[in-house]
Design a protein around this ligand. Structure first.
Ligand code: BGC
Length: 454
């Protein structure tokens, strides 16, 4: 049992039933606003139509290139679709140097084109004509399958000269400038779309794609009649379309002020995209560790944890000086720990803060802090997913999920399911499946399905 002082400190992270219901209602309202033409402007969740309408059948064949930009790494992939729901993937990870994340956009795209050219050369494919699916995981207004205008950078990127531009064209131009590979950008997609596609490739009931990684977002399959922003020709030809909700921006118009804490406000103040992506800042890997650092610092300053530890002063100094020192991966490690040994927790406080003798009580308290921060994140994600499932007409809905937080946290899946049991309407059935490389395989599938449709 964790002591009452720490419970009190964490109280702002523990959502009451009323608060959960209220966030749920506000979220559903916001989705409707995003979909309607006359309210779209004011909506924080933009619900962008993706122009991806056909889900894969599993019989897609051929070789496709895929690019994946939007998390901590940038990847190039060669995906071979083999029919019978099968695919093989060869891939290479490239770093995106910190200065490129905030430097001129053209330089970022030149870097991407250079990595692409190296990859093609390494796989001896200079002479092949290769269709490419580009997973660009930032909010975009999709103008067609291969044209998408970036609306805002997120997740630590801030390259001037890209917002408002067609990123498909910027990539195309960068490839042309080099002129050493025959590559056609045939589709641009969000990672949530890739996740949905790659899960639908294996399970035809998949209707929702979710990412809980560096960023957080979802997409779902919607009937075209409910999507005002689609052009009429598309609506005439199709019944359904994938909608990219961009729920990371939920709360940007004040809807979450009643549940945000001082810690959330501090995280936002220090970010390079202030007042933006407020839901994302409470749910995703880029911010959860930082929330824990701020809470831990407050707990130490108020003498509620590591009370008698001889290294206290040094501990506080390290925490104060080093923003982001408590990475989100440590939350997963702490929450995986067992009583009373707490091997991970003891190692982490030793390595990061030089604390040698953490007591069992201190470890329990730190674990509780991590648990409250993650549980709240999972609750928000569950609210979003339930809102989408309840909106979809199918009785049974499978949700494809990916992202480092969901994948590596030992209890995130359990926390989400627990909350979804309460929020998904009676009579509906749901399941959650882990996506297998949505950003890579999913991008190739979108490219393949697009070629098939043509
Ligand atoms: C972006 C989304 C993306 C999500 C997960 C967010 O910051 O706005 O487009 O899907 O991160 O990568």
């Amino acid at each position: 049992m964790v002591d009452v002082e720490i419970r009190e400190l964490m109280q702002p992270f523990v959502l009451s039933d009323y608060q959960v219901q209220e966030v749920y209602s506000r979220f559903c309202l916001e989705i409707e606003k995003g979909l309607r033409r006359n309210t779209h402007e004011q909506a924080s969740t933009k619900c962008f139509p993706t122009y991806v309408q056909d889900l894969p059948t599993g019989d897609e064949m051929g070789k496709y290139l895929a690019l994946d930009l939007g998390g901590t790494n940038f990847r190039v992939l060669l995906v071979t679709l083999k029919g019978h729901h099968e695919a093989t993937v060869e891939s290479q990870i490239y770093a995106v140097p910190k200065d490129l994340m905030v430097g001129p956009g053209v330089e970022l795209f030149d870097h991407i084109a250079e990595c692409l050219a190296k990859f093609v050369a390494k796989h001896d494919m200079h002479n092949a004509f290769l269709p490419l699916g580009f997973t660009f995981s930032f909010p975009c207004i999709q103008l067609g399958l291969r044209e998408a205008k970036l609306t805002r950078w997120t997740k630590g990127f801030k390259c001037p000269g890209v917002e408002g531009e067609d990123v498909g064209l910027m990539l195309h131009d960068a490839i042309q400038r080099r002129g050493d590979a025959e590559i056609a950008v045939v589709a641009l997609l969000n990672d949530t779309t890739g996740t949905l596609m790659s899960c639908a490739h294996r399970n035809p009931d998949c209707r929702v794609g979710v990412i809980v990684g560096t960023g957080c977002n979802a997409c779902y399959v919607e009937h075209v009649d409910n999507v005002d922003l689609l052009d009429t020709d598309f609506k005439r030809a199709q019944k359904q379309v994938i909608v990219n909700v961009e729920w990371g921006a939920f709360g940007d118009h004040g809807q979450l002020e009643f549940v945000r804490t001082d810690y959330d406000r501090e995280v936002d103040r220090k970010s390079i995209n202030r007042s933006e992506q407020l839901f994302e800042k409470m749910t995703s890997g880029m911010y959860l560790g930082e929330l824990v650092r701020l809470v831990l610092l407050r707990a130490l300053e108020r003498n509620k944890i590591f009370k008698l530890n001889t290294k206290r002063a040094a501990f506080v100094a390290v925490l104060q000086k080093n923003v982001d020192i408590f990475e989100t991966k440590y939350i997963s490690e702490v929450e995986a720990d067992s009583f009373p040994e707490f091997p991970n927790t003891r190692r982490i406080v030793r390595q990061l803060f030089g604390v040698e003798k953490a007591t069992v009580e201190d470890c329990q308290k730190l674990k509780y802090i991590c648990e409250c921060v993650t549980r709240r994140a999972a609750t928000f994600v569950a609210i979003g997913i339930s809102g989408l499932i309840n909106k979809i007409i199918d009785r049974r809905v499978v949700v494809g999920i990916d992202g480092s937080v969901y994948r590596y946290h030992p209890k995130f899946d359990g926390y989400i399911r627990e909350m979804m049991q309460k929020l998904v309407k009676p009579g509906k059935e749901f399941d959650i499946m882990l996506s297998e490389d949505g950003s890579g395989r999913g991008a190739a599938l979108v490219a393949a399905v697009a070629s098939k449709t043509k």
